[in-house]
Design a protein around this ligand. Sequence first.
Ligand code: ZN
Length: 583
Amino acid sequence: MIIKNEELREIIRRIALLNALSYKGKTRVQPVLGKLLAEQPHLKERVKEVSSLIAEVVQEVNNLSLSEQQRIVEEKWPEALVKEKVEKEKRLPPLPNADKYAQVVTRFSPNPDCVLHLGSARAIILCYEYSRMYRGKFILRFEDTDPKLKRPVLEFYDRIREDLAWLGCKPDEEYIQSDRIPIYYEYAEKLLRDGNAYICACQPERFREKILASKPCECRNLPSEEQLERWRRMLEGSYREGEVVFRVKTDLNHPNPAVRDWPALRVIDAEKYPHPRVGSKYRVWPLYNFACGIDDHLMGVTHIIRGKEHLTNMVRQEYMYKYLGWQYPEAIHYGRLKITGASLSKSKIVQGIREGLYKDWDDPRLATFAALRRRGITPEAIKKMIIDVGPKTSDVILSWENMYAYNRKILDPTADRYFFVHNPIELTVKQIPKVFMARLHLHPDQPERGFREYTIKPQGDKNSAGFWVSKKDVDDSKIGNIIRLMELFNIEIESVNAYSAQASFISESYEEVRKTKSQLIHWIPVGEDMPCQVVMPDATVAEGIAESACKQLKPNSIIQFERFGFVRIDKVNTKLTAYYAHK
Ligand SMILES: [Zn+2]
């Protein structure tokens, strides 16, 4: 998941050196590439580029003497020499100054204007995990103070709560900013009274000109009595939207003009833009930095963990903290996390839903938690991935494949196996010499989990039985081939047309086909079937037939359709509906 080239080079160096140590000081490109791709499967997309980097490093390493190689490894990766294979449970690095505080308090503060998606995973999981690591407190705070441009929607408050519960990150406390408006007013008034803020009634362009030139506008130095009078009029509704802005004073010469005298509260037309929770009760609404800054202090947040795009917000808020005599919390700003191929834009998600492009918030094409949940991506996989990435400040690019790899590790030992035949055709097998009892393991490594059992009883004068198999497993090119029906017997394909195929029984033993490396295919006895559709990640539907044992499955269970992929069972009635997770 690390994409920076110097880091990648270092990883390759470690692998190449360890490999050289096992082979008398000489390494080669192939084994290094193999090991690298096993560790970092997403690099498969960049094999060419990576291979040439490996070739360089391999040459470098081969030019070193064995003892030099030994010394470098001892110095840089001593643990690798002890046990190369031990996979360490990755822990988060410690928080700065955690022992300065009686209790570590973190918060996740979404705007309920959309459901949550993978883009929030880092904030949620890091804040929650750190609060557990230090036996602290994790706060959920709904930041819903923009009824105009980032209008909150009632259903999302609950959806966000559900998402957090699903992720296993249940908050210890919850606050909603729209319940706290009087608190923000109180601090606004204090800032005005102390001369640390002002109400600006300038035209926005006029203010901009002044501030860019580091000059105060006409409102800035008016006495606090005048400011308080403007404040009173602001609250009672004498100003229309856009006429005045409450600003917190900063250094007018601050190198970043966006920091200078930042806006803290403004008027919103309460009739035109009623708030979904409090209606038209308030006309003056705090902006992000003001409400968030006040709350972090009042809620006792000790560690703010958020993306580095918030660095400027910290600079803004620090002025207010100084005026109020407060200590700014510890702030950890992590780098951007991108998931290639996942749209993490709230506005695009909302627009797609509105235009009917997506069926719902859990449409499999979306990277919302609801969609991931429906597809059988486990919260444990997301958690593990985020903890492995940690709070580092460099940007990180992950792919869906990375997440699938985490999820596969969790599902592989737990998911029961079943057969699903995609694009089925009926295969008739003749000359079956006896009745076969097929016992198919629910899990190949865990026989104690039991079996699915099917009896194959040859019928008629040709001793034949019918099976559903996938068309692509027995297509024209396979005529004359020996194929094994998994865990059953070996057959020879004799003819294939669009709807059916004919074959003859050849033998029973697996050993026989193992030598010839014959294909093993899955099958369902005709009559032991149920219709099944699998909704794929691109929202297309794979139609087929599932084996009758699937009738016992419960919705929400995650299974593996062998040779097809992991799926989450969505509905079970006369038809089975599943959602595809990954291979
Ligand atoms: Zn002004």
